[in-house]
Design a protein around this ligand. Sequence first.
Ligand code: Q0N
Length: 286
Amino acid sequence: MSEVIHVGSGKVRELYALDEERLLLVASDRISTFDVVLPTEIPDKGRVLTGLSAFWFARTRDIVPNHLHALRPDGRSTECRRLEMLPIECVVRGYLAGSGWKDYRATGAVCGHALPEGLVESARLPAPIFTPATKAQEGHDENITRDQAAELVGRKLFDEAERVSLALYRYAAEYAAERGILIADTKFELGLDANGELTLGDEVLTPDSSRFWPADGYATGGAQPSYDKQFVRDFCDAAGWDKEPPGPELPSDVVDGTRARYVEAFERLSGIPFADYVADPDVVLE
Ligand code: Q0N
């Protein structure tokens, strides 16, 4: 595709320019764990994440406009409007996990939100919190305070980003919990469209952009199993991998089990058989 301009790549997705106004976001079947992309792909993972993201875009239009223009028939490619992205990651946490748990344990606060004493790992927070982070070019995003974030984007945009992010999380977390999936936290990428309107971009409310936990068996006081990646993590642990690249090849039972979890998340949340999505991706937009 020498005529197509590659404008960006993440660990598992690519972004191409279609024209002045539009981009093509392509989700691969690559999987990363412990920050390393593994040599083995999970068939249909890119389609599941693209379909789930489009499902949420269609259902959250009233909360905030989004960049989705059209799904391609391959089910893994999204034609989207080109935005001017905000220089912060818009993270919302409803439960204490990952860097939120780490920061709370060290300081009693997360991104300047003082939290009640005595919370344990994976505890549900009294209310969801907006915990912005910097966009690291390499390495890990770094949590920043609301004041630092407001300095980066301006107070008015910050307030709007926080309001929209919290509203999206509340809607999706409640919807998902009713279907057996806890969304512990999630990351949004917001930008401005050609009219300067705050617009939701990237991929949203997927297991790659969020921490999904199985609701059954949820128990505080320790880490929760990952809805999608637990087989992969267990295999990597058992293989004695040191978490330095390259990662191990995955055996077929781990690939099959992991694919089944992605498909299960798609079907539970959307209520649509995955085969129907493969036959016609637009079913998630109806
Ligand atoms: C953009 N990123 C985040 C994809 C995700 N609609 C847009 N307009 C302008 N820029 C972006 C989008 C979107 N979505 C989003 N970077 C640019 C990270 N990327 C990494 C590569 O894969």
